[in-house]
Design a protein around this ligand. Structure first.
Ligand code: HEC
Ligand code: HEC
Length: 439
């Protein structure tokens, strides 16, 4: 276990003294948002937009933990989150909803190899082809996903957003969007777990248009400075305003050097000089073990039961006639996530989960895996990360096909070097307060 570096500890204490002693703010500090971004924020944090009136996007994407799941006991085990309806779970770990501005999913050919780039979700299936924007398309999923916010019909989301008393109303941003003749029993129908609102074709079309606009508002918020402040120590360092500690600096050098991390978690600036997003939006199979604690293996809605395998991008491509021929070579691949805020948490004891299935609970265990996946013997059974570390072995990969053996698996890093890479990742948390300002 790493101890908390002194600088970070000082920030925590300074923060506790001058903000609120025990509670994290539920929403980030108010910043200058455009009216459209403000509308998107209201929608993002509105629990009424779920079947039980109990779940907003923030339930699985909470700012204080870097816009991912904020329940440490869930992260420590299953890592997948329960939806609005109790007992129903998704089958993947929520990735961060920040720094998620992926390009539209597309393919390129590099050195004779076909590479898919972009899209949202671990498997890129929110492609962005329809709305021209993956994060807008992604935002249309959760409200009507039975294992998430679980509303029976997209019209229910429109109905409730139109009626909401947000500081910036939907009508003010998109005049006329709420001129829809709803069925007489709309509000009752929207409290039922299934069913379709019966609407005339022009009203259905108007509701669909409004649903696209709601998604555009959420996407505007997810692109805003509030969600993507680029205010980490690393950003200060890039701007020449902060100096990394010797360990963090060594970690950065390993990240781009022998660790090869930046081959996928890119550190290049964007085309207009934007700070790096720490992803190249490609897909890879790292050979992550299955997470034995994922309740999906026992879910009634999962016909494969414990034999279920998450085939990632390949499974999505298989659903697309135009891309089906690339499915086999992409089985087991998941999107390279940003590493911004990967270490962000309310306190050092708070457990986060990493990778598409949340198998890893610590950054140190995860870096040790990159370093030694192909060096340690195979574990018998299906141990957790903690058990595997204690037994000095790694479980078999969830998917063997297409596993990347070029850039990871045997990096030859010492324990100190592994720790340095973790220390570098800890500089990627937003809200860095330079030491001079702490007094
Ligand atoms: C019950 C938990 C849950 C809720 C509620 C939820 N999400 Fe998610 N979110 C997830 C999971 C799990 C994934 C990954 C799913 C996958 O890849 O198949 C995800 C993926 C995402 C991504 C993709 C990030 C990327 O880089 O690809 C974004 C953005 C996102 N969610 C935003 C939202 C928004 C906006 C809402 C509300 C409309 C929302 N989420 C509601 C669990 C949730
Ligand atoms: C070949 C590309 C590649 C390289 C090299 C690589 N990564 Fe990754 N990284 C990925 C992919 C793909 C995932 C998601 C895999 C999954 O969930 O199945 C990931 C996930 C992660 C995560 C989990 C993030 C989250 O939100 O769950 C961390 C942390 C991480 N990588 C750190 C590193 C570090 C540190 C290195 C260098 C030692 C590194 N990566 C090298 C592709 C790569």
């Amino acid at each position: 276990m790493r101890s908390v570096p002194g600088v970070l500890l000082a920030v925590v204490i300074a923060g506790a003294a001058c903000i609120r002693p025990h509670s994290e703010p539920r929403t980030p500090a108010v910043s200058a948002l455009s009216p459209l971004e403000q509308l998107g924020k209201s929608v993002f944090f509105d629990r009424r937009l779920s079947l039980g009136g109990n779940q907003s996007c923030a339930a699985c994407h909470a700012p204080q933990v870097g816009w991912t799941g904020d329940l440490p006991l869930v992260n420590a085990g299953p890592a997948v989150y329960e939806g609005s309806v109790s007992g129903l779970f998704g089958n993947r770990k929520p990735p961060t909803a920040a720094y998620a501005m992926a390009p539209v999913l597309h393919l390129t050919v590099e050195d004779g190899e076909v590479l898919f780039i972009g899209g949202n979700f671990w498997d890129g299936r929110a492609t962005g082809e329809r709305l021209g924007d993956p994060i807008a398309e992604q935002a249309q999923g959760p409200f009507v996903n039975p294992v998430e916010q679980a509303l029976p019909d997209t019209g229910c989301v429109v109905r409730r957003v139109c009626a909401a008393d947000y500081p910036v109303t939907f009508e003010s941003q998109f005049p006329g969007s709420c001129d829809i003749a709803w069925p007489a029993d709309v509000d009752g129908a929207c409290t039922l777990p299934a069913g379709t609102l019966q609407m005339k074709a022009p009203d259905r079309a108007a509701s669909n248009r409004a649903y696209d606009r709601i998604a555009a508002a959420i996407a505007a918020y997810e692109r805003s400075r509030e969600v993507n402040p680029f205010s980490s120590k690393f950003d200060r360092h890039l701007a020449g305003e902060a100096v990394l500690s010797p360990e963090e600096q060594a970690g950065l050098e390993l990240f781009t050097g022998r660790g090869q991390c930046s081959a996928c978690h890119q550190l290049d600036r964007g085309p207009d000089g934007e700070p790096p997003l720490l992803t190249d939006f490609t897909f890879d199979n790292l050979g992550i073990p299955r997470n034995p604690e994922n309740p999906w293996y026992r879910a009634v809605s999962n016909p494969a039961g414990p034999r279920w395998v998450d085939e990632g991008l390949g499974a999505f491509l298989a659903t697309r006639p135009d891309w089906r021929k690339f499915a086999a070579e992409n089985i087991g691949k998941h999107k390279v996530p940003t590493l911004r805020n990967v270490a962000r948490r309310p306190d050092s004891a708070f457990v986060k989960a990493y990778m598409h299935n949340g198998y890893f609970k610590t950054l140190s265990g995860l870096v040790h895996f990159y370093n030694t996946r192909d060096v340690k013997p195979a574990c018998s059974g299906s141990p957790t990360e903690r058990e595997a570390l204690a037994r000095e072995c790694w479980p078999a990969p969830e998917v063997m096909a297409n596993m990347n053996t070029d850039e990871l698996g045997n990096l030859g890093l010492s324990q100190a070097e592994e720790h340095a890479i973790v220390a570098f990742m800890e500089t990627l948390s937003d809200g860095y307060v330079p030491a001079a300002r702490q007094q």
